[in-house]
Design a protein around this ligand. Structure first.
Ligand code: ADP
Length: 445
């Protein structure tokens, strides 16, 4: 206060002193007139500064704070300092808000903040994706006006914070499954969190289907074996012919279950992340010869079997896995080609130095709508035909997994009633030059 009043006070004292000192020179009247003139000048000075302050207050900005003269400096300088401090804390707050918004935008889940009346206070960009909300447009709106699904409204009203609500939402690019969780916080406010669980749900459905399929596949042979055993047990006088036939059929069913379990184990080994591909140099020319012999045994003279090892190249990969994949393709060709049909096994080098293994048959062929689904587990075009020929429905799923592990791709060309060609095309990087006498492929058990 002292400094604020110091300068005006000394100005008034100075004016009074000047008037007194001028008294002997100007006389009483002149000194009084001087006093009045000086006081008028002082008043004008203050009015001028007051007007400047008033004008500045119409649009107060830090860079336009007036430079005060005289005692007005005591007003303008602290004002400037105060505005500077305010600007600095504003910058700190803006930076913190920016960081918060950036973190909100980077969140993989949708976040919506609701006030005590369930009105939207804030939401992140993911909420726009998942719920179709837009912060600018929807701020202050009741969320249930915008998300009207009855399950969501009920869930919000129930105040259930322990169980997330699973909601199916339709979007431009298809359907999505959302897990929505409400979390109370602050003063009756709520956080609504939305997580995309579409992939997880799909995996869960696949897992459920898989378990159901395996159970179904095992139940049929088990029922057959169980039935025969009951009949044999009930027979008071054993009929040797009947017993022999029953045992034969039971053995057939048991080997069907064994094949299924073996294929399941193979699939699970191939899918396991703990089982990286053990690579070696594989002589494919030798492998295709072994497969050709296997096909002859399986065909038992019912088909014309051709072997075309056009290339002598070897391959960098895993012998057992490649034998299993190629073997499945060859056995499918035999199983799905009627008697007197033709089957050709080929190993060649395609354009771009891509090694390729293919099996062409003149069998029953496949309708185009099935082709994309053939590598799904247990997918069969004709279930009973697959079973009759000893199929497990897992052969092409095994092929697919082996190929993925070798960065190879499967191409299927087929004409119903005319036949099919299954080709496995490897990347050039897996190709190895022929190594003289082929010795690597292990003898097939
Ligand atoms: P499966 O044990 O039933 O043969 P796969 O996975 O090996 O199982 O094959 C899936 C389905 O693809 C088969 O059930 C069959 O319908 C079809 N398929 C596979 N190979 C051929 C082929 N060479 N000719 C006709 N259909 C085939």
């Amino acid at each position: 206060m002292k400094s604020l009043w110091g300068r005006p006070f000394s100005t008034v004292v100075l004016i009074a002193l000047a008037s007194l000192l001028s008294w002997p020179i100007l006389g009483g009247r002149g000194a009084l007139m001087l006093l009045a003139a000086l006081l008028l000048a002082l008043l004008f000075h203050h009015l001028d500064n007051l007007t400047t302050l008033y004008r500045w207050l119409q649009n107060p900005r830090l860079d336009t704070v007036p430079i005060g003269s005289g005692s007005w400096e005591y007003v303008f300088s602290p004002l400037r300092r105060m505005l500077k401090r305010q600007k600095q804390s504003e910058a700190v707050l803006t930076a913190a808000l920016d960081r918060f918004q950036m973190a909100g935008a980077a969140l993989p889940d949708a976040v919506v903040i609701l006030d005590e009346g369930d009105r939207i206070e804030w939401c992140n960009p993911r909420a726009a994706d998942y719920f179709g909300l837009h912060l600018e447009r929807d701020r202050g709106q009741q969320i249930t006006y915008l998300l009207r699904q009855p399950q969501f409204v009920d869930h919000l009203e129930s105040g259930n914070t322990s169980e997330p609500l699973v909601l199916r939402m339709s979007r431009d690019d298809g359907e999505m499954m959302l897990a929505i969780q409400q979390v109370p916080y602050g003063d009756h406010q709520k956080l609504i969190l939305g997580r995309d669980i579409t992939r997880w749900e799909r995996l869960e459905t696949t897992r459920r289907d898989f378990v159901a399929n395996v159970s179904h596949e095992l139940r049929t042979p088990l029922t057959v074996v169980g039935g025969f055993l009951e009949t044999l047990e009930d027979m008071t006088t054993p009929d040797p012919e009947m017993t022999r036939r029953s045992l034969q059929l039971m053995m057939q069913q048991t080997s069907r279950m064994t094949r299924l379990v073996e294929d399941l184990l193979t699939l699970s080994r191939l899918e396991s992340t703990q089982n990286p591909l053990r690579e070696e140099d594989v002589s494919i020319p030798e492998l295709v010869r072994v497969l050709h012999q296997d096909a002859q045994i399986l065909s038992a003279g019912r088909h014309r079997l051709l072997l075309k090892p056009e290339s002598g190249d070897w391959l960098r990969g895993n012998t057992d896995e490649l034998r299993s994949a190629f073997g499945n393709l060859v056995s499918n060709a035999v199983r799905y080609t009627p008697e007197n049909g033709e089957i050709e096994i080929r190993w060649e080098l395609l354009a771009g130095n891509h090694p390729a293994f293919s099996v062409r048959d003149s069998g029953i062929g496949i309708e185009p709508q099935h082709i994309d689904r053939l590598t799904e587990r247990f997918y069969r075009v004709d279930r009973s035909r697959s079973r009759e020929t000893g199929g497990t429905g897992l052969g092409l799923a095994i092929v697919k997994h082996v190929l993925v592990r070798h960065q190879a791709r499967l191409e299927i060309q087929s004409t119903p009633g005319k036949g099919s060609t299954f080709s496995v095309i490897f990347p050039e990087t897996r190709r190895l030059p022929a190594k003289g006498q082929a010795v690597a492929a292990k003898e097939h058990a």
